[in-house]
Design a protein around this ligand. Structure first.
Ligand SMILES: Cc1ncc(COP(=O)(O)O)c(C=O)c1O
Length: 413
């Protein structure tokens, strides 16, 4: 056996300033190393109930059905869509980046009739445009990303839930990259299902997907309810004909496991639950509004720092997510080589980009545990050095100077 196979996992320390994952808060990592307990230990079921209550605060909702789907954020998305969509259902997906395309792809795999509407990357949809689509297409579900990290845009959602309900649709939103760092109001905005992940503004590692489901959406899911053979009593109904086409992601079954009946489904990923619990506790302790303000402050500082260096930013900045910014790679600068130098010489990771933006922009994040003044200033100072080395024209001291102007004015972080 080779030495590499037998060596311990000992990764280098990196400062993760890309679009996520980011460095987890040490408190989250400590919680995750706590001893394992059984899935029906009253201590465990109490932690599950606490997790539900904490995430109600994070999603700003009264939804009883607020819990975790085990798996990365994409698991939450799949659970939401496969549990709502029956083959042939019409699903409208306004696409403003890569993750809208992911919603199309997952809805197609659920055998939906997917209606896709595109806008140029770097823009968002107006409520009027979405209303016109709803009027024209009358979908069962509108699936819409809130913060699409591929473009850094944040889709306004405040009016969309009410519009969906006016036209008889349910609203699903992917808040993976935005929750905790940008305003999100599950109940006030009438969102029916929202899903998230830990590895962005929630300051954890990837591997758990918080989800919240409105009573309206629970009713739709319950109509497709089934109880697994081996758990069914004689009096229980057999599997519904239109049952959910996934066992693992059957939200009806997952709700029965998290609810008072504690009907066995998967074995809850205990260490991830400890981590998810601590992520929510951190946010609730800080206050959700304060956390959003913190992301805005450090996001603004990064924006002003990049501008101060003389770089150009991507997209409609009025709709930029607080926690990530796209910056054009200056002409003649080898984008990948710069990223590699940042990583190898300074242990700082920034993001590349996908599809039409690949090779054109870098994406720089300020989120979760890394939404801090020291991380912003360090990244800007180092970026200046690396750009100089690549013979780019940058304003000397402009990065740190630009960010410090924001800190001098704001000071909330
Ligand atoms: C908006 C959005 N949705 C979904 C995902 C997929 O998340 P995961 O890799 O945790 O499955 C990401 C990851 O970057 C994302 O930014």
């Amino acid at each position: 056996m080779s030495r590499t196979l037998l060596s311990t996992v000992n990764p280098p320390h990196r400062l993760l300033m890309g679009p996520g994952p980011i460095n987890a808060d040490p408190r989250v990592l400590r919680a995750m190393s706590s001893p394992l307990i059984g899935q029906y230990d009253p201590v465990m079921t109490d932690y599950m109930n606490q997790t539900m209550a904490l995430y109600r605060d994070v999603f700003r909702t009264q939804n009883e059905a607020t819990l975790l789907v085990d798996g990365t954020s994409r698991a939450g998305i799949e659970a939401a869509l496969v549990s709502l969509i029956e083959p042939g259902d019409r699903v409208l997906v306004p696409v403003f980046g890569r993750f809208g395309l992911l919603l199309c792809e997952i809805a197609e795999r659920c055998q939906a009739e997917v209606i896709r509407r595109d806008i140029e990357w770097g823009q968002v949809f107006t409520p009027d445009a979405i209303e016109a689509m709803l009027r024209e297409t009358r979908p069962k579900v509108l699936a819409l990303v809130q913060g699409d990290t591929s473009t850094t845009m944040c889709q306004p959602l405040a009016e969309i839930g009410a519009l969906c309900h006016q036209y008889g649709a349910l609203l699903y939103t992917d808040a993976t990259a935005s929750l905790g760092g940008n305003a999100f109001e599950m109940d006030a905005w009438e969102v029916d299902i929202a899903t998230a992940g830990l590895q962005k503004c929630l300051a954890g590692p990837s591997g758990s997907s918080p989800i919240s489901i409105s009573p309206r959406a629970v009713e739709v899911i319950r109509q497709r309810a089934s109880i697994e053979a081996g758990l069914r009593g004689d009096a229980d109904a057999a599997i519904a004909v239109n049952h959910i086409r996934s066992n693992y992601f059957d939200l009806g079954m997952i709700l029965d496991y998290w609810g008072p009946s504690r009907l066995n489904h998967h074995t809850e990923a205990t260490s991830m639950l400890y981590g998810a619990h601590e992520c929510a506790r951190l946010l609730v302790e800080e206050g959700i509004e304060a956390a959003v303000d913190r992301h805005q402050l450090h996001g603004d500082a990064m924006v002003q720092g990049l501008k101060g260096l003389g770089l150009s930013l991507f997209g409609d900045l009025d709709h930029k997510m607080n926690n990530v910014v796209g910056v054009y790679i200056p002409d003649g600068v080898p984008g990948e080589a710069v990223r590699q130098t940042l990583l190898n010489d300074y242990a700082i990771e920034i993001g590349t980009s996908f599809g039409p933006l690949h090779g054109k922009i870098w994406r720089i994040g300020t989120m979760g545990y890394n939404a801090r003044k020291d991380t912003v200033l360090t990244t800007l100072a180092v970026l200046e050095q690396v750009l100089r080395q690549a013979r780019a024209r940058v304003v000397a001291g402009g990065g740190v100077g630009g960010a410090n102007e924001v800190y001098a004015q704001g000071g909330r972080g």
